[in-house]
Design a protein around this ligand. Structure first.
Ligand SMILES: [Zn+2]
Length: 247
């Protein structure tokens, strides 16, 4: 049985002589592994459609034993703007590695797919800065994966936090003075960084990259979102090491 499914190529490996195995992130079926026959054959359009990051409409065939193959694909978004800039491209690989880690086979991933596509588009076409896209993606990805932080008020006193601190273990904001006794690492946030956090967590998903922060505030927000995502996923992202090594 064949079906057409749109998917973001998360990664690929060579398989046999001219084939590739790819991992796709799809809205309906989450992460799926697909064998693409002839992907590396000279002149094949499948080469470009299987080179991450790329979003394409794949014609999939599922055999009786559950293996999925694709012989045809139509590119939907090639993210050309990433391919000419090493730091943008390496950040894109980090985003797709996070999406890989946060998705599961067979479980719908509509929100995660949209977030990842919007983030890649913001990097590639809108030319938002790497630091801004990274921090917004990390926080929103955590929020939609079951780790929505509590950033509306201090979780201890219920007030607007004074000298806010962000707990990377429980995702809660506390006043510096209320923090006593709370578990785990807490990182300082400026008031504007906290506002940006609220905007990212509670805002319209399409607009989460439309904020501006002075460099120091962006840095403290970014430290907090990265530490939060890494703590929640308990995963080491090699693509993040690489991205940082070339900054
Ligand atoms: Zn407080």
């Amino acid at each position: 049985m064949t079906r057409v499914e749109n998917g973001l190529v998360l990664r690929q490996v060579r398989y046999k002589d001219a084939d590739r195995l790819i991992e796709l992130l799809t809205a309906e079926h989450g992460r799926i592994t697909v064998k693409v026959r002839g992907a590396l054959r000279k002149g094949s359009r499948m080469t470009v459609c299987t080179d991450p990051p790329v979003y394409a409409a794949f014609t999939l065939y599922e055999s009786g034993n559950g293996h999925i193959t694709a012989d045809e694909a139509e590119p939907l978004e090639l993210f050309f703007g990433l391919r000419e800039d090493l730091s943008r491209l390496s950040l894109a690989f980090y985003l797709t590695e996070v999406a890989t880690e946060l998705s599961e086979e067979g479980l719908s991933a509509d929100e995660l797919l949209r977030l990842t596509l919007n983030s890649l588009y913001a990097l590639s076409t809108l030319k938002k800065t790497c630091a801004l896209v990274k921090t917004a993606f990390e926080l929103r990805a955590a929020a939609i994966s079951g780790w929505e932080p509590t950033v509306d008020a201090c979780v201890e006193c219920g007030q607007e936090p004074k000298r806010p601190m962000f707990g990377v273990r429980d995702g809660a904001v506390r006043c510096a003075d209320c923090r006593t006794g709370a578990d785990g690492l807490h990182l300082p946030l400026s008031a504007t960084a906290l506002d940006a956090m609220r905007y990212i967590v509670y805002g319209d998903p399409k607009k989460i990259f439309s904020f501006r922060l002075p460099p120091d505030d962006l840095k403290c927000l970014s430290d907090a979102t990265e530490a939060y995502l890494l703590t929640q996923t308990e995963h080491h992202f090699r693509t993040l090491d690489y991205y940082k090594s070339i900054l």
